[in-house]
Design a protein around this ligand. Structure first.
Ligand code: FAD
Ligand code: FES
Length: 271
């Protein structure tokens, strides 16, 4: 059993949960994730390790369906039956020069440990944070403490520039030399960023296909990269953005949309 030591609301529908997991915390590196199960009947869901201390890991999640909805109801003192990790390959950290990190929506959380690691490796780091509105934006202050520059875009203009993270990136590309872009967020956002930087700036993205075992055995997280089959859980989750078959990824993520909808409706009815 894994004890929940802290649970906080960060923004609308967005929560941080700190879990006591010393064995995972000892090994966790930027870019890695866990797979958790709430109880015996629970499904396995992957979540990125957004922060870690000596004995704890923190996850940040957006409530989108049944399991994230149930996770949001747990509080300090409750427990999780399984937490497996750290899974996936860590982010490649080196001295690249000027790195632009883009976090869209929930993608803001997983880029935070990468920002820290890249700063420690003496890079100039610019973060572009994107959200629907200021109500769903979080951690701008934490990024300001770590990064050289933080730029914000909201769809409705309630904070920062009105528009998408890709609009902010386009402007920045006109003004500054950028050596590497790392983008994490909804597939459509990562695809647009990839189109913008293609042939100009090396771009890494962290993919979020459906995962079940997280260890390369079930094939659920299959993605096409450079026309080759890769498993995001063990070959990734980070890949070269310019080599991904985005349409396939987005279609596969929709495979269980009907079942997920029914499951969420049933969970609501049972409450
Ligand atoms: C490597 C990785 C890291 C992730 N990190 C985070 C994170 O830090 N914070 C966060 O909020 N979300 C993260 N996600 C997405 C998260 O796993 C899904 O939001 C979650 O599984 C939804 O479950 P649900 O039952 O609440 O929703 P459901 O209604 O079951 O599904 C809603 C949507 O979530 C996705 N999803 C559902 N089940 C899975 C699954 N087993 N694996 C992957 N995606 C699934 C699908 O796109 C689906 O359409 C990550 C996904 C991956 C693959
Ligand atoms: S989650 Fe099963 S192969 Fe990747």
């Amino acid at each position: 059993m894994y004890a929940i030591l802290q649970k906080r609301k960060l923004a609308e529908n967005t929560y941080l949960t700190e879990i006591e997991a010393p064995d995972i915390a000892k090994k966790a590196k930027a870019g890695q994730f866990i797979i958790l199960r709430i109880d015996e009947k629970g499904e396995r869901i992957p979540l990125t390790i957004a922060d870690s201390s000596k004995k704890t890991i923190s996850i940040v999640f957006l409530v989108v369906g049944k399991t994230t909805g149930e996770l949001a109801l747990l509080k300090k003192g409750d427990t999780l039956i399984d937490v497996v990790g750290p899974l996936g390959n860590p982010s490649r950290i080196d001295t690249f020069g000027h790195v632009v990190l883009i976090g869209g929506g929930l993608g803001i959380a997983p880029i935070f440990p990468i920002a820290n690691a890249l700063k420690e490796a003496k890079n100039k780091v610019t973060a572009i944070l994107g959200a629907k509105s200021k109500k769903t934006l979080f951690w701008e202050d934490r990024f300001k403490q770590t990064c050289d520059k933080v730029l914000v875009a909201t769809d409705d203009g309630s904070k920062g520039q009105k528009g998408f993270v890709s609009d902010v990136l386009r402007d920045l590309m006109r003004r500054e030399k950028i050596d590497l872009v790392i983008a994490i967020g909804p597939p459509i956002m990562m695809k647009v960023v990839a189109e913008l930087t293609k042939g100009r700036i090396k771009t890494i993205v962290s993919l979020n296909p459906i995962m079940i075992d997280g260890m390369g055995m079930c094939g659920g997280c299959r993605v096409m990269v450079k026309n080759e089959v890769k498993f995001a859980c063990c070959d990734g989750p980070e890949f070269n953005a310019h080599q991904i078959d985005w349409e396939e990824l987005m279609n596969r993520n929709e495979s269980y949309a009907d079942e997920e909808k029914k499951c969420t409706c049933k969970a609501r009815r049972e409450k």
